[in-house]
Design a binder for this molecule. Sequence first.
Ligand SMILES: Nc1ncnc2c1ncn2[C@@H]1O[C@H](COP(=O)(O)OP(=O)(O)OP(=O)(O)O)[C@@H](O)[C@H]1O
Ligand SMILES: [Mg+2]
Length: 543
Amino acid sequence: MITATDLEVRAGVRTLLTSPGSALRVQPGDRIGLVGRNGAGKTTTLRILAGEGEPYAGTIIRSGEVGYLPQDPREGDLNVLASDRVLSARGLDTLLRELEKQQTLMAELVDPRERDKAIAKYGRLEERFSALGGYVAESDAARICHSLGLPDRVLAQQLRTLSGGQRRRVELARILFAASDGSGGPSQTTLLLDEPTNHLDADSITWLRGFLQGHDGGLVVISHDVELLADVVNRVWFLDAVRGEADVYNMTWKRYLDARATDEQRRRRERANAEKKAGALKAQAAKLGAKATKATAAQNMVRRAERLLSEVDDVRVADRVAHIRFPAPAPCGKTPLMASNLTKVYGSLEIFTGVDLAIDRGSRVVVLGLNGAGKTTLLRLLAGVEKPDAGALEPGHGLRVGYFAQEHDTLDNNASVWENIRHAAPDAGEQDLRGLLGAFMFSGPQLEQPAGTLSGGEKTRLALAGLVSSAANVLLLDEPTNNLDPISREQVLDALRSYTGAVVLVTHDPGAAEALDPERVILLPDGTEDHWSQDYLELIQLA
Ligand SMILES: Nc1ncnc2c1ncn2[C@@H]1O[C@H](COP(=O)(O)OP(=O)(O)OP(=O)(O)O)[C@@H](O)[C@H]1O
Ligand SMILES: [Mg+2]
């Protein structure tokens, strides 16, 4: 259980949230959706609830276990095996290692006395492992990992060799494994999950939904996946970026949406009423004010009118929305980018071999494949940030690549917003760049903010602004709609629709593929090409 009392959350000088009293409480059975626009403060608030950040004011009391999945993958010891990372949640990884050590000793030792000692030690360790539910736990962990799209071969790899998305799935598996204690009894763990579906395929999302629906401990989930919210959530915390307050709704997602709509209407009606009355009072006051003897009465009327107006909430300041346009691509030859025989191997693991492709000017291609089929790797090769093990890129005449990386690793986290965009477009004029950043809703003090402290959605916006500034003629987009709130997502998709350069898109978001209106699809790991058809859209929904 987690209770926040008189919580106040700030970022820099901005107040993100004030919540007097202890309305922000997570109890067993609560499945809370924490929602709000990009940059509203969801991640910051969740981090504080998890105990990984300090609030500006207020106290947080936690009891029981807490499983926290941050929005950005954590840097830890990257040399551990993925399976050990998951098992470590219940301290089983070290026991397993010890068991293996004694097993080797037993086989190698020739001195009978020493061998007996090893056998006895093995016995004791095995008993402990078994008493801790080790065998059941091991299969539990495997089941959770498989459900999240982590096959055995990935689990046997070191974390450093995994993609950002895979690492995040390992973290999620670890947290869910810790929360399901194997006995099948109710879990007391409070789960705090920040965008858990970002790197999951459709099957995994369906599984996760089921898992969360059945979770007995408390849950706070941040997600732009409205279907997940609709299926899982029984309470909603809405962070209002305009008022810096949290509204608590004790209802399901569907009810909440209705309530919000009604609320908006009521507010608008009250405001209109108050304005009408105030208008009448002021008109009256103006007439009276002409006569010196009635001046006081007139003043009182004006004061009353003002009070009327101040008593109703402002109609929500229309949420600001970026109007994004990808610029005209720089001129280029007929086929700006070709690649032949691309092959990528990690150790003994073959991602794909012998992939040929040709990206024509203005063509639109979607790359499809299951989790781990190498979609991100292919884009990294095409972008030139990673070298193939065999095969080569053949840049065509005038090629300019714009690469949007899933993990935002095209951004320099230590540099400011301004420095990042300056770097992306060194030749552009200062005024143009300011205008561009403004169009992506960055202005004022936020230009000086280090990119590393931006929210997930803000990072996506900045990375897209960088793309826009470069007049690229081949855009390589890896999950460009992850982290975006619904309104910002629409803006990006609109920009994609009207862009005239070539696009190679990797996405789990069927809406994004539809907006691209692609001609072709490349299927990984084989690299076969096909004409785009409605069937493939369904495949994205399923894959
Ligand atoms: N050190 C800092 N200085 C100034 N502003 C900051 C700092 N750290 C964070 N912020 C700002 O605080 C705001 C809240 O960030 P947070 O990551 O909590 O948002 P969020 O609601 O999770 O957004 P998203 O949906 O994009 O993930 C953002 O506008 C962010 O830029
Ligand atoms: Mg966030």
